[in-house]
Design a protein around this ligand. Structure first.
Ligand code: 5GP
Length: 202
């Protein structure tokens, strides 16, 4: 039995999940980030195999048919999915895995992998969220409105998560997510090995 954990991080577009995730990865080299597949086009600076596996609609559908995704969803009009094999392989090797996925995908993972730990990143306010998406400057006006409308709908899933972190201050938010990760490794239900050792020693 491995003590590796599957952490699932969601939150509305523009809330800063990507930045939080890259900070966490810098500080924890043993943590594995799952690289998702998507049918959306690459943004400037995104690399195939690093940011995402960019796929055609046909390729993505073929992967669905093969049962290759742990979860997948239509987000903002494009497919996004978590390749199953690498996640299961890393967990089997005893490494924690982090998924940065939308609420629909997270709900699927909750069903198929109930031991996952589900964390929701919230913006300090909707006004602040709008500002952040606008400042990013990568979306069209139409896309911004679409993403903001979805943000409200996504936040209604909050109650299905186990933890929330408000991203007002980046360093604090990173520390809060790391605190959740650390405490999840101190759950009594995972203490079997330690208890056994104490029994053997006593
Ligand atoms: P973006 O296009 O801005 O990179 O991501 C848009 C949304 O898709 C984000 O909310 C992100 O969390 C979500 N997303 C990214 N990868 C996956 C995935 O593999 N599965 C699901 N369900 N959502 C994903």
């Amino acid at each position: 039995m491995s003590d590796a954990k599957l952490f699932v991080l969601s939150g509305p577009s523009g809330v800063g999940k990507g930045t939080i995730v890259s900070e966490i990865l810098k500080e924890d080299p043993d943590l594995r980030l799952s690289v998702s597949a998507t049918t959306r086009s690459p943004r400037k600076g995104e690399t195939h195999g690093v940011s995402y596996y960019f796929m055609t609609d046909g390729e993505f559908r073929a992967e669905i048919e093969k049962g290759g995704f742990l979860e997948y969803a239509d987000v903002h009009g494009h497919f996004y999915g978590t390749p199953k094999a690498p996640v299961l392989a890393e967990l089997a090797r005893g490494r924690d895995v982090l998924l940065e996925i939308d609420v629909q995908g997270a709900m699927q993972v909750k069903k198929s992998y109930p031991d996952g730990i589900f964390i929701f990143i919230l913006p300090p306010s909707l006004a602040e969220l709008r500002k952040r998406i606008e400042n990013r400057g990568t979306e069209s006006r139409e896309d911004i409105e679409l993403r903001l409308g979805k943000a409200v709908a996504e936040m209604s899933y909050l109650r299905h998560y186990e933890y929330f972190v408000v991203n007002e201050d980046l360093n604090q938010a990173v520390e809060d997510v790391r605190a959740v990760m650390r405490s999840e490794h101190s759950r009594i239900r995972d203490a079997e090995k330690i208890l056994k050792k104490i029994e053997e020693e006593s």
